[in-house]
Design a protein around this ligand. Structure first.
Ligand code: KIV
Length: 264
């Protein structure tokens, strides 16, 4: 949506209006998403998987995210664009500031970082220097070698409590949005109710403040492995813009994600 800002997204959460978002990597799709009324777009490091054909997001560099951010910005000059900080680009607060500057100069409105309490100082430093931050908890694809697979997170009581604690701490440090990936519906609902910042779910159930999907998944282009939370909107809608409009409509009216796309 043109003229979207973080304060408008926060007001949408407060009003109970669902936020809808998708990844974008190039100008043509960014233009299509903007024209359909997408609330914001993420230049995700999932570009490693869906654009480059890598097995994980780990090989993606800041320069590559910046390149795709520039393209998305050219396609959607007025859109709210978030850019992922890739693996090992924010190991210290100083490095994070240096690398985030490249993404902001490329046209991002906000950067996203994966991780919990170890990021508090980094988030404070970025926010104090006028870089808005989205945190990312639950399944962290950049930590795939530690997690040992793409599994649902926060199923045990202690892990769920830990995720809630980390979410509150990230908000307290200045994060203005949270992406929550692959957690049980109940945990998605609990975290969304405890935070005042928008919580955007992907595989986190229907009760988060909004949803995000990788655009290739929305169009059914992911032929190998299909996560449970994915829906092929193109199959139902028939053409690209109708598919985007259907995704937006079903997130806004609460019909997507349904129980068949969510984890117990
Ligand atoms: O890189 C990505 O696509 C993500 C997802 C959560 C949408 O971070």
């Amino acid at each position: 949506m043109a003229g979207m800002t973080i304060s408008k997204l926060t007001k949408m959460k407060a009003a109970g209006d669902k936020i809808v978002s998708v990844t974008a990597y190039d100008a043509s799709f960014a233009k299509l998403f903007a024209s359909c009324g997408m609330d914001f777009m993420l230049v995700g490091d999932s570009l490693g998987n869906v654009i480059q054909g890598q097995a994980t997001t780990l090989p993606v560099t800041v320069e590559q995210v910046a390149y795709h951010t520039e393209a998305v910005r050219r396609g959607a000059p007025d859109a709210f664009v978030m850019a992922d900080m890739p693996f090992m680009s924010y190991t210290t607060p100083e490095q994070a500031c240096h690398e985030a500057a490249k993404l902001m100069r490329a046209g991002a409105n906000m950067v996203k970082l994966e991780g919990g309490e170890w990021l508090l100082e980094t988030i404070r430093m970025l926010v104090e220097r006028s870089v808005p931050v989205c945190a990312h908890l639950g399944l962290l694809p950049q930590s795939i070698n530690v997690l040992g697979g793409y599994k649902v997170q926060g199923r045990e009581q202690s892990a769920a409590e830990n995720t809630v604690r980390q979410a509150l701490a990230l908000q307290q440090a200045g994060a203005q949005m949270l992406v929550l990936e692959c957690v049980p519906t109940e945990l998605g609902q609990l975290i969304s109710s405890k935070l005042s910042i928008p919580v955007i779910g992907i595989g986190a159930g229907p009760h988060t403040d909004g949803q995000i999907l990788v655009m290739h998944d929305m169009f059914g282009l992911n032929s190998d492995y299909l996560p449970k939370f994915v829906k092929n909107f193109l199959a139902e809608a028939g053409d690209l813009s109708s598919a985007v409009e259907l995704y937006i409509k079903q997130v806004k009216d609460g019909t997507f994600p349904g129980p068949e796309h969510s984890f117990e």
